[in-house]
Design a protein around this ligand. Sequence first.
Ligand SMILES: [Zn+2]
Ligand SMILES: [Zn+2]
Length: 106
Amino acid sequence: MQFCEECGSLMHADGDEMVCSSCEARLAKDEDVAAQYVSTESQTFDDVIETTEDAAEEGLPTAEVTCEECGNDRAWYTIKQTGAADEPPTRFFKCTECGYRWRGYG
Ligand SMILES: [Zn+2]
Ligand SMILES: [Zn+2]
């Protein structure tokens, strides 16, 4: 289900597009938007971490978060916009103690 960005009315499918029943505004179908989100996620967690691995990790900011693996309370992190611009960015953590990696949101 999709609503018109112009007037907020319910839209109906017309071929590859969604058409507003009130103002005739057109929009690409939901499925197309979803496919775009998937493609931006194609860069995996490891890809993102790997790019910073050889850079001096001392230069990365650290956050006070608890490592699930060893209980250490500090981890390096990088922030990456993985979804749409209006979604909160993803934070990738790497434990300063054991090197365990995980991701967090917001
Ligand atoms: Zn409309
Ligand atoms: Zn750890």
